[in-house]
Design a protein around this ligand. Sequence first.
Ligand code: ZN
Ligand code: ZN
Length: 494
Amino acid sequence: MCQVEEEYHGPLLREELPRQCVKCKEASAAVVIRAGDAYCRGCFKEYFIHKFRAMLGKNRLIFPGEKVLLAVSGGPSSCSMLSQVQEGLSQNAHKKLRFLPGIVYIDEGGAVGQSVEHRRRTVEELRAVFRATGFPFLMVPLEQVLDLPSSVVLSAPGAPEQEAGAYKAAVDHFLLSDGSSGVTAGQQQETPPPEVQEAHTHSLQRLLGSARTLTAREELLNILRQHLLVHTARSAGYSKLMLGDSCTRLAVKLLSSISLGRGAQLAHDTGFSDSRYGDTILVRPMRDYSAKEIAYYNRMFSVPSVFTAGLDTKTADKSSIQHLTESFVIKLQADFPSTVSTIYRTSEKLQSCKGSASAEGDRCLLCVCALDTAAENASAFSATLISEQLSQTKSPGESRQAPEWTAPASQCCSIVGGELCGNRGGGCCSSAKASESPPLRSLLCYSCQLTIKDMSSEEVLPQYILSEAERRLRRSQLREEIRDFLLEDEADEG
Ligand SMILES: [Zn+2]
Ligand SMILES: [Zn+2]
């Protein structure tokens, strides 16, 4: 997953440097960020640090004294984020960051088939980095995703909307009460990493292995990782989760998300803040930094990072949609330096559609975004649906069948809508036997449906997903049964 950053690890000063720093016009330049922007060492550091604080200040989302969990993968970007938080906490009073940071690392070694010994070494290396910060930290093996509660795929009610002046009031209050004594990072806890059972690693590998394509496997891994991160934040009392996505990574994510059918979720997937989980807000404070800037900074100021292999490490460009998009963007960027920033600027203009995703049933079971499957006729989803229906039509005379995923042949057609009922020939649909396999895909957004479709079996999904699916399907079945007794449409919302 650190491929993007690696590309920039070439010699630092490849470009021919102008002699002077454009900012202070005194010191000699040490780094060129964009053509014409040459900074000396000191000015570059100032620029970099300022950008982090400006990003947080502009968005005014993180309140003084709030607990914020930093998701650190060991890659250059999230490690740079960690160093910026450290930097921010050591600033003088009026520039100081005032939240309470903690760190979480998800050990994904099991997913990529690393040996126990290899995983232990990586964890040790990162532990040393985290210990040096003095922040509390958690090392969580990805295998723990198998034991999550179903509540993780529910959007919990968040804090009530803050008033416009609330942020300033909170800062003032904070300065009055705590003053410059400020916030300390809290007690650093040394919890031993939980033992990973071999059986758990095998279940995880079977789960990821059931995806027939690397594209689906990566999507699945992203979803599982996010569930585990959100659950860890929730159970440790953190209300914000900081992700280290750089602008380069977000540009790749934006394009690959479109290719994967996640157009409706783009604003959530790439924006500064992402509130799909309700009570735990995801924030991306590194989204203004290019991978190149980060690489320069980390090297000049000795920010440590630890290489961890991802699913697509050492695979060919065309091995997955995500990987192909990445190499496309990186190669284009090499010749056209404004590629990444142009794509990235687009993401800033996106807004999540104000759908009525208030009820849990309106959210995707996997990515927890509002369902896009009820979209207008022009969506890719409905196009796929029509083509599936057409391809299943055997001859003009024969009755049209519902697409396989909405209603398996053995299943009650009332789920699809009454009109197909008469076509079955088996009499009233209520006599059809209960569903053998639940139409899990009906609970997913378009893109997640594609991911599940690429899996050889849905049964290998973790229990918390399966049992939540069962609960939702039961509920909608129940709602269907009592529909005739309900007075009004509005009445069933309550
Ligand atoms: Zn300078
Ligand atoms: Zn989804």
